[in-house]
Design a protein around this ligand. Structure first.
Ligand code: AHM
Ligand code: MG
Length: 359
């Protein structure tokens, strides 16, 4: 036995406790997403296994989409001569592909009664007339957010949101089932296809992040109980649009840039909501997509982007607002409604709201 090993194994009682503690926390962390879903199923108040199957389906579709996203550059090169790839298949835009995969996976498994997607004009009702299908959840999804980043090899993401239907089970879903305020969400999450692929989700009992081991295609719990730091030093906003922003946002940006206390803050904007949010949740920061003289309602969609991110933010001790009101309290009026979005570390969001109020 070499000296360093001997030293490690010949330690006293305290070190054995430390080792055991390490081992316990390692085994907690090394849980797969599948194991985590099963372990936590009973903690969910409406538990029937339906929501677990749904998260499982999303996990599966995420892996399939991840595979395509990762070879996107290659497919582009090989398919450059025409719109046909090496297998002779028509090349599809990845956002269309992701949309199809998520819808297909959830439809084939008969686990939801309706899906609304940022890529579809209208919602999709699934088998709702058939007595066999008594599903109670609807899913709203942005299958590939930030997809303009794909061409330049920058991270993109999938965002999803789950609600219990409000119309009777067994009848066809209606628009009412989808136009629920975010405070009715039962689950929400995202997949970030970045330097590593992660699935981060909440069912209302905190936020947990799972990293994909691509060698074996398994997600492992890598980020248990994720929390936004209360304060942060990063602000994420498309400053190119500064001239078009409301005065309150302009003033807040100037505040971020002022030399005082822990300021100026750092500016980081990927232009991919999931990635900007993910970084800010880990490091502390604020993401802002305000309304402007170009987009009178902002750009981001309440149902597919803002509500799920707001649910995650609140579950991670952060905050999400439109500048004046809690995002999750907005009553949606249409499927593709847009809202201004300010989200991140609680103290930063509150400071930004203060600037909005006082402008
Ligand atoms: P998309 O749904 O068309 O992909 O747009 C949403 C994306 C967000 O991920 C990102 O934060 C934002 O649009 C970037 O917009 P902009 O280029 O105007 O800054
Ligand atoms: Mg989007």
């Amino acid at each position: 036995m070499i000296k360093s090993q001997r030293k490690r194994y010949s330690t006293g009682k305290n070190s054995i406790f430390a080792l055991r503690k390490n081992f316990n926390s390692m085994s907690r962390k090394n849980r797969t997403l599948g194991e985590f879903i099963i372990e936590n199923q009973s903690a969910f108040k409406y538990t029937t296994g339906e929501l677990s199957s749904l998260i499982n389906a999303i996990r599966l579709a995420a892996k399939v989409v991840n595979y395509e996203v990762n070879k996107a550059g290659l497919v582009d090169i090989l398919g450059a001569a025409g719109d046909v790839n090496v297998q002779g298949e028509d090349q599809q835009k990845l956002d269309v592909y992701a949309n199809e995969k998520f819808i297909q996976t959830m439809t084939n498994r008969n686990i939801v009664c309706g899906i609304a997607s940022e890529e579809e004009d209208d919602f999709i009702a699934i088998n709702s007339q058939d007595e066999k299908y008594q599903n109670k959840y609807v899913v709203l999804i942005d299958p590939l957010d930030g997809s303009s980043n794909i061409d330049v090899n920058v991270s993109v993401g999938t965002i999803f949101s789950v609600y219990r239907r409000v119309t009777p089970i067994g009848t066809p879903v209606t628009i009412e089932d989808f136009l629920q305020p975010g405070n009715q969400q039962v689950a929400a999450g995202y997949v970030v296809y970045g330097t590593s692929t992660m699935l981060v989700y909440t069912t209302g009992a905190g936020v947990n992040g799972f990293t994909l081991n691509p060698a074996i295609g398994t997600f492992y719990l890598s980020h248990p109980n994720m929390q936004f730091p209360l304060d942060g030093k990063i602000y994420s906003v498309n400053e190119g649009n500064y001239i078009h922003f409301p005065q309150g946002i302009k003033n807040y940006i100037k505040y971020c840039q002022m030399e005082e206390g822990d300021r100026p803050y750092t500016s980081r904007y990927i232009g991919s909501l999931v990635s900007d949010f993910h970084r800010n949740m880990i490091k502390g920061g604020i993401y802002i997509y305000p309304k402007s003289s170009l987009n009178s309602e902002g750009k981001l969609r309440l149902l597919y982007e803002c509500n799920p991110m707001a649910f995650l933010a609140e579950q991670a001790n952060g905050k999400a607002s439109n500048g004046f009101q809690r995002i999750m309290d907005i009553k949606p009026t249409s499927l593709h409604q847009r809202v201004p979005f300010i989200c991140g570390s609680k103290n930063m969001v509150e400071k930004c709201e203060e600037f909005m109020r006082n402008a």
